[in-house]
Design a protein around this ligand. Structure first.
Ligand SMILES: *Cc1c(COP(=O)(O)O)cnc(C)c1O
Length: 364
Protein backbone atom coordinates (compact mmCIF):
# COMPACT_ATOMS: atom_id res chain seq x y z
CA UNK A 1 0.00 0.00 0.00
CA UNK A 2 1.17 3.52 -0.74
CA UNK A 3 1.41 6.19 1.93
CA UNK A 4 -1.38 8.03 0.10
CA UNK A 5 -3.62 4.97 0.42
CA UNK A 6 -2.84 4.80 4.12
CA UNK A 7 -3.50 8.51 4.73
CA UNK A 8 -6.77 9.96 6.01
CA UNK A 9 -8.90 11.19 3.14
CA UNK A 10 -9.16 14.72 4.52
CA UNK A 11 -5.37 15.12 4.35
CA UNK A 12 -5.20 14.27 0.66
CA UNK A 13 -7.85 16.81 -0.29
CA UNK A 14 -6.05 19.69 1.45
CA UNK A 15 -5.69 22.72 -0.83
CA UNK A 16 -2.13 24.04 -0.75
CA UNK A 17 -1.83 27.30 1.16
CA UNK A 18 0.47 29.65 -0.75
CA UNK A 19 1.99 32.13 1.66
CA UNK A 20 3.48 35.44 0.56
CA UNK A 21 7.08 34.92 -0.53
CA UNK A 22 9.69 35.70 2.12
CA UNK A 23 12.02 38.61 1.30
CA UNK A 24 15.17 36.45 1.42
CA UNK A 25 13.79 33.97 -1.08
CA UNK A 26 12.84 36.71 -3.57
CA UNK A 27 16.28 38.31 -3.13
CA UNK A 28 17.99 34.96 -3.87
CA UNK A 29 15.78 34.21 -6.88
CA UNK A 30 16.18 37.61 -8.50
CA UNK A 31 19.69 38.48 -7.34
CA UNK A 32 18.39 41.57 -5.52
CA UNK A 33 19.59 43.13 -2.26
CA UNK A 34 17.16 41.99 0.49
CA UNK A 35 17.46 45.44 2.10
CA UNK A 36 15.86 47.02 -0.98
CA UNK A 37 12.88 44.67 -1.09
CA UNK A 38 9.48 45.66 0.27
CA UNK A 39 6.98 42.93 1.18
CA UNK A 40 3.37 44.00 0.85
CA UNK A 41 2.15 40.42 0.48
CA UNK A 42 1.01 39.09 3.85
CA UNK A 43 -0.82 41.94 5.56
CA UNK A 44 1.98 42.28 8.06
CA UNK A 45 2.26 45.42 10.14
CA UNK A 46 4.72 47.81 8.43
CA UNK A 47 5.30 49.67 11.71
CA UNK A 48 6.93 46.67 13.36
CA UNK A 49 5.79 44.98 16.57
CA UNK A 50 4.30 46.91 19.47
CA UNK A 51 7.31 48.25 21.46
CA UNK A 52 5.65 47.18 24.73
CA UNK A 53 5.32 43.67 23.33
CA UNK A 54 9.01 43.58 22.42
CA UNK A 55 10.02 44.56 25.95
CA UNK A 56 7.73 41.92 27.46
CA UNK A 57 9.06 39.25 25.12
CA UNK A 58 12.64 40.08 26.14
CA UNK A 59 11.71 39.70 29.79
CA UNK A 60 9.90 36.41 29.11
CA UNK A 61 12.94 34.96 27.32
CA UNK A 62 14.63 34.72 30.72
CA UNK A 63 11.96 32.27 31.85
CA UNK A 64 11.82 30.09 28.80
CA UNK A 65 13.06 27.12 30.76
CA UNK A 66 9.60 27.01 32.36
CA UNK A 67 6.38 25.76 30.79
CA UNK A 68 3.88 28.55 30.24
CA UNK A 69 0.70 28.68 32.32
CA UNK A 70 -1.31 26.12 30.34
CA UNK A 71 -4.53 27.96 31.08
CA UNK A 72 -3.07 31.33 30.02
CA UNK A 73 -4.74 32.89 33.03
CA UNK A 74 -2.97 36.28 32.87
CA UNK A 75 -3.77 36.90 29.22
CA UNK A 76 -7.36 35.73 29.57
CA UNK A 77 -7.76 37.98 32.59
CA UNK A 78 -6.54 40.97 30.59
CA UNK A 79 -8.94 40.08 27.80
CA UNK A 80 -11.82 39.61 30.22
CA UNK A 81 -11.16 43.08 31.66
CA UNK A 82 -10.81 44.67 28.23
CA UNK A 83 -14.05 43.15 26.96
CA UNK A 84 -16.03 43.05 30.22
CA UNK A 85 -16.62 39.33 29.70
CA UNK A 86 -15.87 36.32 31.92
CA UNK A 87 -12.50 34.61 32.03
CA UNK A 88 -14.28 31.43 30.89
CA UNK A 89 -15.36 33.18 27.69
CA UNK A 90 -11.85 33.21 26.16
CA UNK A 91 -9.60 30.66 24.52
CA UNK A 92 -6.02 31.40 23.41
CA UNK A 93 -4.78 29.91 20.14
CA UNK A 94 -1.51 29.50 18.27
CA UNK A 95 -2.67 32.19 15.90
CA UNK A 96 -6.37 32.40 15.11
CA UNK A 97 -5.62 29.76 12.48
CA UNK A 98 -5.27 27.20 15.24
CA UNK A 99 -8.63 28.25 16.66
CA UNK A 100 -10.21 27.55 13.28
CA UNK A 101 -8.69 24.08 13.41
CA UNK A 102 -9.87 23.53 16.99
CA UNK A 103 -13.40 24.45 15.92
CA UNK A 104 -13.04 21.83 13.19
CA UNK A 105 -11.96 19.23 15.77
CA UNK A 106 -14.96 20.10 17.88
CA UNK A 107 -17.70 20.39 15.26
CA UNK A 108 -16.72 19.03 11.83
CA UNK A 109 -16.78 15.42 10.63
CA UNK A 110 -17.69 13.46 7.50
CA UNK A 111 -21.31 14.11 6.55
CA UNK A 112 -21.48 17.66 7.88
CA UNK A 113 -20.98 20.93 5.99
CA UNK A 114 -19.01 24.12 6.52
CA UNK A 115 -20.51 27.13 4.73
CA UNK A 116 -18.32 30.01 3.50
CA UNK A 117 -18.05 32.57 0.72
CA UNK A 118 -16.11 31.96 -2.46
CA UNK A 119 -12.69 33.64 -2.41
CA UNK A 120 -12.72 33.69 1.39
CA UNK A 121 -9.75 32.89 3.65
CA UNK A 122 -8.46 29.52 2.43
CA UNK A 123 -8.13 28.12 5.96
CA UNK A 124 -11.93 27.75 6.25
CA UNK A 125 -11.95 25.29 3.36
CA UNK A 126 -8.73 23.65 4.49
CA UNK A 127 -10.09 22.94 7.97
CA UNK A 128 -13.45 21.74 6.62
CA UNK A 129 -11.74 19.24 4.30
CA UNK A 130 -9.24 18.20 6.96
CA UNK A 131 -12.03 16.78 9.10
CA UNK A 132 -13.72 15.10 6.15
CA UNK A 133 -16.59 17.58 6.09
CA UNK A 134 -17.91 19.24 2.94
CA UNK A 135 -17.20 22.88 2.12
CA UNK A 136 -20.16 24.77 0.65
CA UNK A 137 -19.11 27.96 -1.10
CA UNK A 138 -21.45 30.88 -1.72
CA UNK A 139 -20.65 33.30 -4.58
CA UNK A 140 -19.78 36.93 -3.95
CA UNK A 141 -22.01 39.61 -5.44
CA UNK A 142 -19.92 42.41 -6.99
CA UNK A 143 -17.08 41.39 -4.66
CA UNK A 144 -19.35 41.86 -1.64
CA UNK A 145 -20.61 39.22 0.81
CA UNK A 146 -24.36 38.71 0.61
CA UNK A 147 -25.26 37.30 4.01
CA UNK A 148 -28.78 36.34 2.88
CA UNK A 149 -27.21 33.96 0.33
CA UNK A 150 -24.87 32.72 3.03
CA UNK A 151 -27.87 31.93 5.26
CA UNK A 152 -29.69 30.33 2.33
CA UNK A 153 -26.81 27.84 1.90
CA UNK A 154 -27.41 26.39 5.37
CA UNK A 155 -28.82 22.84 5.31
CA UNK A 156 -29.64 20.33 8.06
CA UNK A 157 -26.01 19.11 7.67
CA UNK A 158 -24.40 22.54 8.29
CA UNK A 159 -22.48 22.90 11.56
CA UNK A 160 -20.17 25.88 11.01
CA UNK A 161 -20.64 29.04 8.96
CA UNK A 162 -17.42 30.99 8.41
CA UNK A 163 -17.59 34.74 7.88
CA UNK A 164 -14.80 37.30 7.93
CA UNK A 165 -15.50 41.04 8.05
CA UNK A 166 -13.32 42.57 6.70
CA UNK A 167 -12.80 39.49 4.55
CA UNK A 168 -9.44 38.37 3.22
CA UNK A 169 -8.24 38.50 0.44
CA UNK A 170 -11.21 40.53 -0.87
CA UNK A 171 -11.60 43.08 1.91
CA UNK A 172 -15.41 43.03 1.92
CA UNK A 173 -17.06 44.51 5.01
CA UNK A 174 -20.52 43.65 6.32
CA UNK A 175 -22.62 45.99 8.44
CA UNK A 176 -23.62 45.38 12.04
CA UNK A 177 -27.23 45.05 10.90
CA UNK A 178 -26.35 42.36 8.35
CA UNK A 179 -24.26 40.32 10.78
CA UNK A 180 -26.86 40.64 13.53
CA UNK A 181 -29.63 39.44 11.21
CA UNK A 182 -27.50 36.49 10.11
CA UNK A 183 -26.73 35.42 13.68
CA UNK A 184 -30.32 35.87 14.92
CA UNK A 185 -31.58 33.82 11.98
CA UNK A 186 -29.27 30.84 12.49
CA UNK A 187 -31.00 27.51 13.07
CA UNK A 188 -30.12 25.84 16.40
CA UNK A 189 -27.68 23.33 14.85
CA UNK A 190 -25.37 25.99 13.34
CA UNK A 191 -22.53 28.06 14.83
CA UNK A 192 -21.23 31.24 13.17
CA UNK A 193 -17.46 31.66 13.25
CA UNK A 194 -16.90 35.41 12.90
CA UNK A 195 -13.29 35.99 11.90
CA UNK A 196 -12.36 39.51 13.03
CA UNK A 197 -8.66 39.44 12.09
CA UNK A 198 -8.87 43.01 10.75
CA UNK A 199 -11.59 44.40 13.03
CA UNK A 200 -9.21 46.80 14.78
CA UNK A 201 -8.70 48.62 11.48
CA UNK A 202 -12.39 49.38 11.00
CA UNK A 203 -13.84 52.80 11.76
CA UNK A 204 -16.90 51.19 13.26
CA UNK A 205 -16.20 47.87 14.94
CA UNK A 206 -19.07 45.45 15.21
CA UNK A 207 -19.80 44.42 18.81
CA UNK A 208 -20.55 40.72 19.06
CA UNK A 209 -21.10 40.75 22.82
CA UNK A 210 -24.84 41.52 22.82
CA UNK A 211 -25.42 38.49 20.59
CA UNK A 212 -23.30 36.29 22.87
CA UNK A 213 -25.29 37.60 25.84
CA UNK A 214 -28.52 36.68 24.04
CA UNK A 215 -27.28 33.09 23.91
CA UNK A 216 -26.69 33.07 20.15
CA UNK A 217 -24.40 30.42 18.66
CA UNK A 218 -21.46 32.53 17.60
CA UNK A 219 -17.73 32.80 18.30
CA UNK A 220 -15.52 35.81 17.52
CA UNK A 221 -11.88 35.24 16.52
CA UNK A 222 -9.20 37.88 16.93
CA UNK A 223 -5.48 37.84 16.21
CA UNK A 224 -2.31 39.53 17.41
CA UNK A 225 -0.78 39.07 13.94
CA UNK A 226 -2.14 42.21 12.31
CA UNK A 227 -2.59 45.52 14.13
CA UNK A 228 -0.51 44.38 17.13
CA UNK A 229 2.34 43.41 14.81
CA UNK A 230 3.09 39.97 16.28
CA UNK A 231 2.62 37.68 13.26
CA UNK A 232 5.79 35.69 13.93
CA UNK A 233 4.71 34.83 17.46
CA UNK A 234 1.40 33.17 16.50
CA UNK A 235 -1.22 34.28 19.03
CA UNK A 236 -4.95 34.70 18.60
CA UNK A 237 -8.03 34.34 20.76
CA UNK A 238 -11.64 33.35 20.54
CA UNK A 239 -14.52 34.69 22.64
CA UNK A 240 -17.97 33.23 23.01
CA UNK A 241 -20.42 31.76 25.51
CA UNK A 242 -18.65 29.80 28.30
CA UNK A 243 -20.33 26.57 27.14
CA UNK A 244 -18.92 26.92 23.62
CA UNK A 245 -15.45 27.89 24.86
CA UNK A 246 -15.40 24.87 27.20
CA UNK A 247 -16.01 22.54 24.24
CA UNK A 248 -13.28 24.10 22.10
CA UNK A 249 -10.86 24.04 25.07
CA UNK A 250 -11.16 20.23 25.03
CA UNK A 251 -9.63 20.15 21.55
CA UNK A 252 -6.66 22.31 22.61
CA UNK A 253 -3.27 20.87 23.50
CA UNK A 254 -1.91 21.97 26.86
CA UNK A 255 0.74 24.70 26.28
CA UNK A 256 -0.44 25.31 22.70
CA UNK A 257 0.97 28.85 22.68
CA UNK A 258 4.52 29.57 23.79
CA UNK A 259 5.13 31.66 26.87
CA UNK A 260 7.10 34.40 25.11
CA UNK A 261 4.30 34.95 22.63
CA UNK A 262 1.68 35.09 25.38
CA UNK A 263 3.70 37.61 27.39
CA UNK A 264 4.15 39.80 24.31
CA UNK A 265 0.46 39.57 23.44
CA UNK A 266 -0.57 40.70 26.91
CA UNK A 267 1.71 43.74 26.70
CA UNK A 268 0.53 44.54 23.17
CA UNK A 269 -3.08 44.68 24.40
CA UNK A 270 -2.07 47.54 26.67
CA UNK A 271 -0.14 49.40 23.96
CA UNK A 272 -2.98 51.73 23.03
CA UNK A 273 -0.63 54.34 21.62
CA UNK A 274 0.88 51.88 19.13
CA UNK A 275 -2.48 50.46 18.08
CA UNK A 276 -3.91 53.94 17.60
CA UNK A 277 -0.92 54.98 15.50
CA UNK A 278 -1.22 51.88 13.31
CA UNK A 279 -4.95 52.43 12.83
CA UNK A 280 -4.45 56.07 11.85
CA UNK A 281 -1.49 55.45 9.53
CA UNK A 282 -3.25 52.50 7.92
CA UNK A 283 -6.40 54.51 7.21
CA UNK A 284 -4.34 57.28 5.63
CA UNK A 285 -2.26 54.77 3.65
CA UNK A 286 -5.35 52.92 2.42
CA UNK A 287 -6.83 56.18 1.15
CA UNK A 288 -3.50 57.12 -0.43
CA UNK A 289 -3.23 53.79 -2.27
CA UNK A 290 -6.89 53.89 -3.31
CA UNK A 291 -6.48 57.40 -4.73
CA UNK A 292 -3.41 56.18 -6.59
CA UNK A 293 -5.32 53.24 -8.06
CA UNK A 294 -8.06 55.65 -9.19
CA UNK A 295 -5.51 57.83 -10.97
CA UNK A 296 -4.20 54.73 -12.73
CA UNK A 297 -7.74 53.80 -13.73
CA UNK A 298 -7.66 50.57 -11.72
CA UNK A 299 -10.75 49.17 -10.04
CA UNK A 300 -10.33 48.11 -6.39
CA UNK A 301 -12.44 46.89 -3.49
CA UNK A 302 -12.60 49.79 -0.99
CA UNK A 303 -11.77 47.43 1.88
CA UNK A 304 -11.72 47.91 5.64
CA UNK A 305 -8.48 46.15 6.59
CA UNK A 306 -4.78 46.83 6.08
CA UNK A 307 -4.78 45.83 2.42
CA UNK A 308 -6.56 46.53 -0.86
CA UNK A 309 -7.60 44.17 -3.63
CA UNK A 310 -6.90 45.84 -6.96
CA UNK A 311 -7.81 44.72 -10.49
CA UNK A 312 -4.69 44.80 -12.63
CA UNK A 313 -5.67 42.59 -15.59
CA UNK A 314 -3.08 39.82 -15.68
CA UNK A 315 -2.41 39.34 -11.98
CA UNK A 316 0.50 36.92 -12.48
CA UNK A 317 2.28 39.22 -14.95
CA UNK A 318 1.86 42.36 -12.84
CA UNK A 319 2.95 40.46 -9.75
CA UNK A 320 6.14 39.33 -11.54
CA UNK A 321 6.86 42.80 -12.90
CA UNK A 322 6.44 44.37 -9.45
CA UNK A 323 8.57 41.67 -7.91
CA UNK A 324 11.41 42.32 -10.34
CA UNK A 325 11.26 45.92 -9.05
CA UNK A 326 11.66 44.65 -5.49
CA UNK A 327 8.00 44.82 -4.47
CA UNK A 328 6.33 41.62 -3.30
CA UNK A 329 2.54 41.59 -3.55
CA UNK A 330 0.06 38.72 -3.43
CA UNK A 331 -1.42 37.18 -6.56
CA UNK A 332 -4.85 35.78 -5.71
CA UNK A 333 -5.40 33.31 -8.53
CA UNK A 334 -5.65 30.46 -5.98
CA UNK A 335 -8.75 32.29 -4.70
CA UNK A 336 -10.29 32.33 -8.18
CA UNK A 337 -9.27 35.97 -8.77
CA UNK A 338 -6.59 35.82 -11.52
CA UNK A 339 -7.11 39.45 -12.55
CA UNK A 340 -6.49 40.87 -9.09
CA UNK A 341 -3.60 41.51 -6.71
CA UNK A 342 -3.84 41.95 -2.97
CA UNK A 343 -1.57 44.69 -1.72
CA UNK A 344 -0.86 45.35 1.94
CA UNK A 345 -0.94 48.99 3.03
CA UNK A 346 2.67 49.88 3.89
CA UNK A 347 4.40 52.95 5.26
CA UNK A 348 3.98 56.18 3.31
CA UNK A 349 7.35 55.62 1.56
CA UNK A 350 6.46 52.02 0.68
CA UNK A 351 3.06 53.05 -0.67
CA UNK A 352 4.67 55.74 -2.83
CA UNK A 353 7.15 53.23 -4.20
CA UNK A 354 4.39 50.74 -4.93
CA UNK A 355 2.30 53.29 -6.84
CA UNK A 356 5.30 54.49 -8.85
CA UNK A 357 6.24 50.93 -9.81
CA UNK A 358 2.62 50.03 -10.60
CA UNK A 359 2.33 53.06 -12.89
CA UNK A 360 5.39 51.85 -14.81
CA UNK A 361 4.17 48.27 -14.98
CA UNK A 362 0.61 49.08 -16.04
CA UNK A 363 1.81 51.37 -18.86
CA UNK A 364 3.99 48.67 -20.43
C1 LIG B 1 -4.35 37.08 9.01
C2 LIG B 1 -5.65 36.41 9.17
C3 LIG B 1 -5.90 35.62 10.28
C4 LIG B 1 -4.91 35.53 11.40
O1 LIG B 1 -4.15 34.44 11.35
P1 LIG B 1 -3.17 34.13 12.56
O2 LIG B 1 -3.16 32.66 12.54
O3 LIG B 1 -3.76 34.70 13.81
O4 LIG B 1 -1.87 34.76 12.20
C5 LIG B 1 -7.14 35.02 10.41
N1 LIG B 1 -8.09 35.22 9.49
C6 LIG B 1 -7.90 35.98 8.43
C7 LIG B 1 -9.01 36.22 7.48
C8 LIG B 1 -6.66 36.59 8.23
O5 LIG B 1 -6.46 37.33 7.15
Amino acid sequence: MTFAELANKGILTQPVYEPGKPIDQVARELGLDPAGIVKLASNENPFGPSPKAMAAAERAVREMNLYPDGGYYALRQKLAAKWSLGLDQFIIGDGSNELLELLGHAFLAPGVEGVMHQSSFIVYKLVTLMFGATPVEVPLVNMQQDLKSLAAAITPRTRLVFLASPSNPVGAVNSAAEITALVRGLPPHVILVLDEAYAEYLDEVFDLRPLIAEGRKVIGLRTFSKIYGLAALRVGYGYAAPELIAIVQRARQPFNVNGIAVAAAGAALDDHEFVEKCRRENAAGRTFLGDGFKRLGLAFVPGGGNFLLVKVGDGAAVFAALQSRGLITRPVKPYGLPEWLRITVGTRAQNERLLAALAEVIRV
